[in-house]
Design a binder for this molecule. Sequence first.
Ligand SMILES: *[C@@H]1O[C@H](CO)[C@@H](O)[C@H](O)[C@H]1NC(C)=O
Ligand SMILES: *[C@@H]1O[C@H](CO)[C@@H](O)[C@H](O)[C@H]1NC(C)=O
Ligand SMILES: *[C@@H]1O[C@H](CO)[C@@H](O)[C@H](O)[C@H]1NC(C)=O
Ligand SMILES: *[C@@H]1O[C@H](CO)[C@@H](O)[C@H](O)[C@H]1NC(C)=O
Length: 663
Amino acid sequence: MLPLPLPLFLLSLSAFVPRAACSVTVYGQQGVTTPSGLATSASATATTADWIAALAAYNDVTLTVPANPSPAPTAFAVSVANQASNVNGLSVAQAGDFFGFSIEMSVVQQVIGKNGSYLMVPFLNLLASVADRAGRVRVRVGGNTQEYATLVASLADNAIIEKDKENTSNPTNTPTLDFTTGLLYMMSNVSSLVAVKWYLGIPFNDTSNLRLQIAEAGDAILGDNILAYQVGNEPDLYAAHNHRASTYNQTDYIAEFDIMVNAINANSLITTKNNLVAPVFPEPGHWTPSSLSIVSVEHYPDNNCAAAYPNSGFGDPVDPQTVISNYLTHASGQSIVSPYLNGALEAAAAGKEFMMFETNTASCGGFEGVSDAFVSALWAVDYGLQMAYSNFTGALIHVGGQDVSYNPFTPPPTNLSSFKEWTVGPTMYASVVLAEALGNTGTAQVIDLFANSANAYTPGYAIYENSALARIVLVNFMTEANGTGSYTATISVGGGETGEASSTPSSVKVKYLSAPTVVEKDNITWAGQTFGGRFQADGRLSGEESIATISCDTTAATCAIPVPGPGVAVVFLSSKAQSDADPTTTQTFATTVLTKTANTATIDPSVLATSNGMNGLDRAELGGTSQGGANAAAPSARSIPGLAVLCALAGAVWVLGGASGRR
Ligand SMILES: *[C@@H]1O[C@H](CO)[C@@H](O)[C@H](O)[C@H]1NC(C)=O
Ligand SMILES: *[C@@H]1O[C@H](CO)[C@@H](O)[C@H](O)[C@H]1NC(C)=O
Ligand SMILES: *[C@@H]1O[C@H](CO)[C@@H](O)[C@H](O)[C@H]1NC(C)=O
Ligand SMILES: *[C@@H]1O[C@H](CO)[C@@H](O)[C@H](O)[C@H]1NC(C)=O
C-alpha cells in the first residue's frame, strides 16, 4: 500500500485513539504565571497560601471516593504456572527501570540543578530510589524545546540555559532555547552520583542546516551515559504547528531522518552512530535503518485542555469527579496500549526497543484530585505493567512545571520559606513499585493474569525472572467502605493445567502500596515507607519498612493474599525474588543543594548523607533563587486557538507505508 497522505493517515488512526490527547507544552511569554485557579482580580489580595494552592502542582482539590461496584469482588483464586515455558504470551525481557522520567528541557534548572556544581538533592534522592532497586534510571531531557535548542559558547551570568522569547518558534510559543555545555556537565555530574542514563534530542527544525552539536558534545561529555538521541519530537504534529508544509508526511520525515543519519555518520565527533529514537515503525526488509535503536510513541489517555486553555474551543472544563473512575480500572491501560500491540511486536522483530517516550494521566496539566491522588499511583502500576506485558520496553513519566498536577515530583514554589520542600506525586511511588516488581536481573517477563475473570477492579500480573515465577502483583482499585472493597486472592503455583507439580511455597513475603482512599494526596506508603506529604519531601523514603509474611496452606497448596482497598500487593514467591528486587544499597543525599561536585567523581554518598544536617546553610541558598517558582520557567496557560486540533493529533504513530492495521 502506498503511503497515505498524512491527514488521511491520521484520520484512520483517530478511530483507534478516541480520546488522544495533546502533549503540547505551552509557554507563557511573561515572567509571572497567574495560576489558572486564581482570578486575576483576586491576585492583588491573595496570600502566599492562595498563590500556592492555586498552582496546579499544589492544589487542595480532594474528590469524593467513587462507589465500589456492586457486588464488590471479595475473593477469587489465581492459578499460576511456576515455569515460563508453561506460559503463553509472556512479554519480552524487561528491566526494573521500566518507568523513567521525561523532563522538558526548559525546566531543567528547576528540577535538576543550576549547573554541574549546584544540583537539586531531592532530585538525586528520588532518582536513587529507583536506581537502587533497578540498577539504573532513565531520564529524558527534551520535548518541544529540543527542536530549536542551540548550543552556545556561554550565556550571561554563567547560566546553562536561557530562553530566547523574542524568537518563539511556533503556535505554542515554545521558547527557542540556548544552552551551554554546562547542561551536559550537570547531567554528567548527576550520573557520577546516581546511575542515571539519559536521552536527548537533536534539533530537527531545519535539516538543511543541521545542528549536531548536542550530539557531538553529548558524546564527548556524557559518553555511554547517553542512551539515545531523539530525532524529531512529534513530527506528526509538524504540519499542524506550521513547522513544515501542510502535506508533510512520514515519507518526508524518513527522507529528513536519512539526511540526519548521513550527517551523523560523516561526523567524527559523534562517536555512537546507532542510537537514534524515531516515531516510525521499522518494517523488516524495507526501512530498518541500523541507526534506529528505539521506536517511540507519546500518549496521554485524556486531556484537560478545556481547563488549561479557557475559551479556546475546548468547551466546558471537565469536572475531575466525572473522570476519576476512568483511572480506577484495568481497562485504562489496556485501551492505551491496544493501538500499539502490533507495532511493539514489529519493533521487537526488527531488534528495536519500543518506548512510550512521554506519558501521564492527562495532557494539558492533568486533573486536579486525580493526577495527584492515590488513584494515579494505582493506575500507573497497572498501566506500567500492562505496557510491560504488551512489549513496550520502557515508559517515561512526564515532568512539567508548577501549572500541572501530574508531576511525579515538583520543587517548592520559589518564594516559600525554606522549610517547605518538594512535593512527591503518586506516580513516583508507581515507579518504585515497578522497579521492585520487575527486579534487577533484566530478565523479567510479564503476563496479565486476567485475574478474577478479568474483573477490571482487581487486575493481577505474574512476573517471571530467569524463566521462573518470581513475583505476583495484585491491584485493588476499590476503597474499603461498609465492609466491601477488600479482597483475598488465593494463589496456587504450578499443579494446574500445565502439568507442573505444585510448587506453592510454605510462606510468601508481601509488600503493600497503600493509602486510606483513592483520593488521598498526602498519606501514601510503600511497604510502610513514605516520601512524605506535599511540601515535605526531600526525595528519600522514610519510616520503618514493613514486609508482611503470609503463611500458606501447605495441605491445599494455596496462599491467601489479602489485598486491602485501595492498594497494590507485590507478592515475593521466594527470598531470591525479594533480594533481586530489594535496593542493593540505599543511597541518599541529605542536603537540599549539592555544591562543588566538580572533581568529586568518587564522592561517597554515605559521607554526603551524614556530613550536612537537614538544616544546613546550603538550604538557605534556596531562598530567593528561581527554583521553579511562579516567575520561572513553568509552562503557563495561554489561549491557543486551534490547540484542539493539535490535541486530537498527538499520540499518532507513523507507520511506514500506512500499512494495514499497523500503528
Ligand atoms: C510569592 O510570589 C507571588 C507571585 O510572584 C507574589 O504575589 C507573592 O506576594 C509572593 N509571596 C511572598 C511571600 O513573597
Ligand atoms: C552554579 O549555580 C549557583 C547557583 O545559581 C551559582 O552560585 C554558582 O556560581 C554557579 N556555578 C558556576 C560554576 O557557574
Ligand atoms: C561537573 O561539572 C563541572 C562544571 O560545572 C565540570 O567541570 C566537571 O567536570 C563535572 N564533573 C563531571 C564528573 O562530569
Ligand atoms: C509480546 O511479545 C511476545 C514475544 O514476541 C509475544 O509472544 C506476545 O504475544 C507479545 N504480547 C502481546 C500482548 O502482544
